[in-house]
Design a protein around this ligand. Structure first.
Ligand SMILES: Nc1ncnc2c1ncn2[C@@H]1O[C@H](COP(=O)(O)OP(=O)(O)O)[C@@H](O)[C@H]1O
Ligand SMILES: [Mg+2]
Length: 153
């Protein structure tokens, strides 16, 4: 089973949409195996967005991530990295299809890239990001009662 990191960015938390966003993953059968609120500092924000270092929007992006608490989530499910990105939608809210999280709740990228949510892009990134945001004791292995429905043998 694959695991991926999702962040509800400060705009999503401040707009009171944590529950609405989490619901969308839960109802698709994705299992929450880690969940917390974190208020990151500059060093941490720069580490998370390391791959964008030097880009014109980097400073605004890291400042935005530090603006308030972020909801950090580890999701588990079959091929969930791609699947979660599909539920999240296009990076630019105006190109995000309605029905996706960005397509339903975000309007304009603007300075810092206010698009509600982050999701790991691929397997190496997911592994690296989960390790950055969570320690082993914060991730839980348990059985969801509806798992047999989602993964019928
Ligand atoms: N052109 C841009 N201007 C401002 N912010 C941007 C821009 N491109 C990306 N961002 C911000 O940087 C984040 C990381 O970019 P990227 O990895 O390309 O997108 P994604 O979050 O969809 O994986 C985006 O989610 C967005 O918040
Ligand atoms: Mg990305």
């Amino acid at each position: 089973m694959q695991q991926t990191l999702v962040l509800i960015k400060p705009d999503g938390v401040q707009r009171g949409l944590i529950g609405e966003i989490i619901k969308r993953f839960e109802q698709r059968g994705l299992k929450i195996i880690g969940l917390k609120l974190v208020w990151v500092d500059e060093k941490f924000a720069e580490k998370h967005y390391e791959e964008h270092t030097g880009k014109p929007f980097f400073k605004e992006l890291t400042s935005f991530l530090m603006e308030g608490p972020v909801t950090a989530i580890v999701l588990e499910g079959k091929q969930c990295i791609k699947f979660v990105r599909k539920i999240v939608g296009n990076t630019k809210p105006q190109d995000a299809i309605p029905g996706t999280i960005r397509g339903d709740f975000a309007h304009n990228l603007g300075p810092g890239g206010r698009n509600m949510i982050h999701a790991s892009a691929n397997e190496p990134d997911a592994k690296k990001e989960i390790k950055l945001w969570f320690n082993n004791k914060e991730i839980f292995d348990y059985l969801r009662a509806d798992q047999s429905h989602h993964y019928k043998k």
